[in-house]
Design a protein around this ligand. Structure first.
Ligand SMILES: Cc1cc2nc3c(=O)[nH]c(=O)nc-3n(C[C@H](O)[C@H](O)[C@H](O)COP(=O)(O)O)c2cc1C
Length: 265
């Protein structure tokens, strides 16, 4: 999986120092991989990324296929993105175009996963018409839960929102939704999908697209075989979490100021 270009390698051994699974070892002039050691490689590509000479390739990924590390966003710009992020619950009719959707989807690969597992999958609802199928299924679900009294039992505040049920309380009229799917046996199954969607949300915001984390949709989908079928959830995967998204039909003039977090130590 890991190959070292002997002509380029300058023997600095930075790749050896940064290999957490000790696949790369220090040779006399150059790093080497002891026979049988490759199976321990987790494919994190740190060896490729840390090499100043562009000598390391992993799994067919060459240095030329990757990008030089730039300056990144300034701390001020980063903080500004965090402060201006809002849950968007009112969306324009306009759908996000295919090219922008592909950009957003492609960036998901950069989200870290426990043990570099990277088996997350994502179901992306690309059209409003398709979203309407989820809305229709949800309407049936809610009617059943209302009639049976279960909705009141699980969500005592529901009477405040009964009017909203007709106005799509769950999917908020969103034109799109992304559902992160996680292998049931992934080492960090609970966390990986949430990290990926958090990154998605911030990148989407930079493209003028608003998101809403949706616990209601999470449960609606989790308990609906029909919705899972529409999302093509593989048998050994479960719903990680759900984000609604689209162009916001609301704009905010100021940031909010949530309570200061408590630090225990
Ligand atoms: C895990 C999670 C689940 C959420 N579920 C819903 C939801 O089902 N429906 C909804 O309208 N908002 C949902 N929200 C959005 C929160 O209500 C929102 O973050 C909060 O009202 C504060 O607004 P802000 O995100 O703009 O700061 C959820 C947020 C999180 C983090």
């Amino acid at each position: 999986m890991v190959t070292i270009d002997a002509d380029r390698c300058i023997g600095c051994f930075r790749c050896v120092e940064d290999c957490i699974v000790k696949v790369l070892q220090r040779g006399e002039k150059r790093p080497f991989i002891a026979p049988g050691n490759e199976k321990y490689c987790i494919g994190c590509q740190h060896c490729l990324a840390v090499c100043p000479a562009g000598a390391v390739s992993v799994d067919g990924v060459t240095p030329e296929m990757t990008a030089p590390v730039g300056q990144g966003a300034s701390p001020e710009a980063m903080l500004e993105s965090l402060r201006r992020r809002r849950s968007i619950r009112r969306f324009k009719q306009q759908e996000v175009d295919g090219a922008t959707l592909e950009k957003l989807i492609d960036a998901l690969r950069y989200a870290p996963t426990g043990c570099n597992d990277h088996r997350l999958r994502f179901a992306v609802v690309r059209t409003r018409t398709e979203m309407d199928e989820f809305r229709a299924l949800n309407r049936k679900q809610l009617n059943f839960l209302l009639r049976s009294g279960l909705l009141k039992l699980f969500y005592p505040k529901i009477s405040r929102y009964l009017d909203d049920l007709d106005r799509d309380l769950v999917f908020r009229g969103a034109p799109h939704m992304i559902v992160a799917l996680t292998p049931k046996n992934a080492p960090c199954a609970a966390v990986d999908p949430v990290i990926a969607l958090a990154q998605f949300e911030l990148y989407a915001q930079s493209l003028g697209i608003g998101c809403c984390w949706c616990g209601f949709a999470f449960y609606a989908i989790r308990f609906s075989r029909a919705m899972k079928k529409l999302l093509a959830v593989p048998r050994d995967y479960r719903i990680g979490y759900v984000l609604l998204f689209g162009y916001p039909d609301v704009s905010y003039c100021r940031t909010t100021l949530p309570r200061k977090v408590k630090v225990t130590k």
